[in-house]
Design a protein around this ligand. Structure first.
Ligand SMILES: *Cc1c(COP(=O)(O)O)cnc(C)c1O
Length: 400
């Protein structure tokens, strides 16, 4: 803070593009969790590491000196081939590992590089609100204007739905691209085949690019995950993004990837090479092995999480929350109004003291804060005993 005195007097240090991103509630929540010894269901990372064989593959790569020096800019060939094989195996999509796959520092860098490479200052970027927290900042850094389309709670189904008319109305002559996240964090919405078909038609009709964040592609409990790139006219206009963090429970490795046409990959890589150039050398080899794991691995991952989703959802219902059962992801969004309040921020700030649990107010993921005010997000990518304890603590809320 002392640095505030340096530079042009009276001018804020943080530039205008990032001024609105100065502070987040997350630091405060984490400090609160530590101080109160609360169970942290705020952050979306697993409390158990992924497969031992994959961890050992990373150790082997490190010991054998594979990836300890700068790997190739597009990613090590083993991983690029494994990504291409994965897209074919699970989604029937063919990508050339030489020209159509790019390895990134997680999905986060892939999203940032895609926006920096494809968006001109003043371009509009349409994204589904509530959004993953890096989107707004990445759009801002690219000089773009974000145009939120709000996913709305739909009481009869207990899910969040996309209004396709609202999406169509959000597109203007200045719209450059659609930034889409399915399965969607934080709402757990998985876009259906019909919805994706309509989105594809819109992109083709209005000549839009699409950037899709599919990091939860293997964590779908109801329905199925379909990549937008598989719809008519979308293969050539979609930057598909995924990552090893959520699929293999190694969120700290930050190995992600892009699949797209050579021209789109080149645009993303042009930005990416000046952000990190490369990253995570030895881990790239390990993720190449992880992607080739048998179907049983992916099934067990999904079924294990489904059981924990159900455990937490039932517990939250018993504690008096309104529960939106997520079709995918790590997260359950709840309505706190049945508990007698509609202010998610103050609810989450007091929850560690009241019940020994940390959650996140979804309002922080919105431009239209009022649309997210009465909702609170809980993560269920935690050990069963942790969730059981959290649920028993939350039950004290039901008593008043
Ligand atoms: C966790 C998450 C990411 C981050 O992926 P990394 O590979 O860790 O960068 C990106 N998008 C969404 C929607 C996420 O939930």
């Amino acid at each position: 803070m002392t640095a505030m005195t340096a530079g042009h007097a009276g001018r804020p240090l943080l530039n205008r593009r990032l001024a609105e991103f100065g502070t987040t509630i997350f630091a405060e929540m984490s400090a609160l969790a530590t101080r109160t010894g609360a169970i942290n269901l705020g952050q979306g990372f697993p409390d158990t590491d992924g497969p031992e064989a994959v961890r050992e593959a990373a150790v082997r790569a490190l010991r054998d000196g594979r990836g300890n020096q700068y790997p190739p800019g597009p990613g090590v060939p083993e991983l690029r081939h494994a990504v291409a094989e994965h897209q074919q195996r699970f989604h029937g999509l063919h990508y050339d590992p030489e020209t159509e796959v790019l390895v990134t520092a997680g999905a986060t860098e892939a999203v940032a590089a895609a926006l920096l490479g494809l968006v001109e200052p003043g371009d509009e970027v349409v994204a589904l609100e509530p959004y993953y927290d890096s989107y707004a900042a990445s759009i801002a850094m690219a000089g773009g204007t974000r145009v939120p389309v709000t996913l709305r709670p739909h009481a009869p189904t207990g899910t969040y739905r996309l209004d396709l008319d609202e999406l169509r109305d959000a597109v203007t002559d200045r719209t450059r691209l659609l930034l889409l996240n399915t399965p969607h964090n934080p709402t757990g919405t998985v876009l259906s085949r019909d919805e994706l078909a309509a989105i594809a038609e819109l992109c083709v009709e209005r000549d839009l690019l699409a950037v899709t964040d599919e990091v939860y592609e293997h964590l779908v409990f109801d329905g199925e995950h379909l990549p937008l790139a598989g719809f008519p006219g979308m293969r050539e206009r979609t930057v598909t993004i995924s990552s090893s963090g959520k699929s293999f429970s190694f969120t700290g490795w930050k190995v992600g990837w892009v699949t797209a046409t050579p021209a789109l990959v080149t645009a993303v890589r042009t930005a990416k090479q000046y952000l990190t150039y490369v990253s995570a050398g030895p881990f790239q080899y390990a993720v190449a092995e992880a992607l080739a794991l048998p179907d049983s691995y992916y099934t067990e991952l999904r079924e294990g999480l489904r059981a924990r989703r159900d455990l937490l959802a039932d517990g939250l219902r018993e504690a008096g929350f309104g529960v939106f059962t997520p079709a995918g992801t790590y997260f359950i969004t709840t309505d706190i109004r049945p508990l007698g309040t509609s202010d998610g921020v103050s609810f989450c700030l007091s929850l560690p003291e009241r019940a020994g649990v940390v959650a996140v107010p979804t309002q922080v993921f919105y431009d239209h804060a009022e649309a997210g005010a009465p909702y609170v997000r809980f993560a269920f990518c935690k050990k069963e005993e942790v969730l059981t304890e959290a649920v028993s603590r939350l039950r004290t809320l039901a008593g008043g």
